[in-house]
Ligand binder design. Structure first.
Ligand code: GLN
Length: 228
């Protein structure tokens, strides 16, 4: 059983839960998604963590009352071998966790570097990340959660599993400072690096949870599973 901590700060968290469910079925790994809302929920039993996209300033504020972010950062310091996936605002938090906190990513990042919301875009890119292949399973439709939230209909796109291509959804995305990346680039479009791996921390400036591409979630579960 892999216990996945999903930071419920704000943003695209329900879609991540769906993507995790799909990835776990494809890998045939049993998981439990632990929704993290307060620091008390961040404990030793978590095998990996997802920091979703959203609005990083709102996330920092939202976490203050429950000290969630500081608990997540201590967990990451204590368990550098346990994998973490940060998407978009999650990547910002990893690269720039705040004052008095050493960055978790050797890749400086700038917020909203492509422009405003209307400058959001989709682009085809290349990945070079060793992701485990998954069984072909028919995924059941996403259920409404206890807050009556229906996740976006992910999984409707066909992903060519053996391809190195990926479809990137960039929503008011940040940009890595291209000339100062000191960890491994794993995703790019053209010359632009849009995903990096630093140890067991995978940071993407796009939103794989909004497409049917579960390779990054499979990477997370596989790493967490083999570290057990
Ligand atoms: N613009 C957001 C920020 O600065 C990130 C956007 C996203 O996560 N899609 O935090």
């Amino acid at each position: 059983m892999v216990r996945v901590g999903l930071a419920m700060l704000q943003g695209a968290r329900h879609e991540h839960a769906e993507a995790l469910r799909a990835a776990s079925q494809q890998l045939q790994i049993e998981i439990q998604v632990v929704e993290l809302r307060s620091s008390l929920e961040v404990d030793e039993s978590l095998d990996c963590i997802i920091l979703p996209g959203g609005e990083s300033t709102a996330m920092r504020k939202a976490s203050q009352s429950e000290s969630l972010l500081s608990a997540l950062f201590s967990w990451m310091e204590q368990h550098p071998q346990r994998p973490v996936l940060g998407t978009c605002a999650g990547a910002i938090l990893l690269a720039n966790p705040g004052e008095n906190q050493t960055p978790f990513l050797r890749a400086p990042i700038s917020r909203n570097a492509w422009g405003r919301q209307r400058d959001s875009f989709e682009a085809e890119g290349e990945i070079s990340l060793d992701t485990p292949s998954g069984e072909r399973v028919s995924l059941d439709t996403a259920q409404r959660d206890k807050f009556n939230h229906q996740p976006l209909p992910v999984g409707t796109q066909t992903v060519e599993e053996n391809s190195t291509r990926f479809h990137g959804v960039f929503i008011r995305a940040p940009r890595f400072d291209q000339s100062n990346i000191e960890c491994t680039p794993i995703a790019s479009f053209g010359d632009e690096v849009v995903g990096v791996l630093d140890g067991q921390r995978l940071a993407l400036t796009f939103h794989p949870e909004l497409t049917g591409d579960y390779r990054f979630h499979r990477w997370l579960l596989d790493k967490a599973h083999s570290a057990q």
